[in-house]
Design a protein around this ligand. Sequence first.
Ligand code: PMP
Length: 306
Amino acid sequence: MPQLSVALVRDRVRGTILERIGDTPLVPLKRVAAGLRGEVWAKLESANPGGSVKDRPGLWMVIDAEESGRLVGGRLVLDATSGNTGVALAMVCAVRRHPLELCMPDKVSLERKRIARAFGAQVVLTDPLAGTDGAIREAQRRAAADPERYVYVDQYANPANRLAHELGTGPEIWAQTGGRVTHFVAGVGTSGTVMGVSAALRPKGVRIVAVQPNDALHGIEGWKHLPTAIRPPLWDERAADEHRVMGTDEAIAMTKRLAREEGIFSGVSGGAAVAAAIAVAREEAGRIVVLIADGGERYLSTPLWE
Ligand code: PMP
């Protein structure tokens, strides 16, 4: 992998919307986390221009592919995604002028399919019952069948995904808290967020809390039930100090409370992460930072907000 740095990535996207990726707000949760031993602060990744945390790895993976010289001759960028990475890659590829093909399970929210298409991506829908793992297998099949045609960025294994968080998200949180962050809480999808922030902040003494759904048949889009899913090659459980599980009902209840009590319209994975952070704050003092990966607008067509 070429040596990516914040300065190099910034240089490549100067003067475009992609320059606005990162530097997302950090806000204290004053009501849903009132009266606990720890304070809870939320990092609002919906403030990225593509609307989710995945803008960060989307940008870094494409710049990495460009720098490595693989993205030449009109080759297609390819990935499997549960949606947010698709939107991020589509936005980045529109600006960087690369054609893009996305394999998505035909159960991702309508909004994400349509937004990815609006940015010009080709969307290949895969068996909804096979979930993200089915989309991964289809992307692997396409890349293997026609290696000259595709640059398969493979967010689950791409070190640039992790690096976007190690050099971006982690140091931002450190700076925004003046070094007073004590815990970082996030869910695991590709694990890029947890792995990268862990690499940046664990050496500084921050406790890393990784959260996953408590059941294989969960409704937390973007998260993985690791015991039953294809294991993301980036994932190493030793990067977290603590592992927690979260149920879908509790996640949905907290997603609704975030909107009504904090004015934060989050996706369900954000509600799940906040519910886990609150569980930590009940037990431990400190300044707990939790990552809210996307916004609720992206799920308006789902039964949740009917
Ligand atoms: N929440 C949502 C809504 C997501 O789309 C993702 C990315 N799959 C995550 C959480 C997990 O982030 P990561 O892939 O960095 O583990």
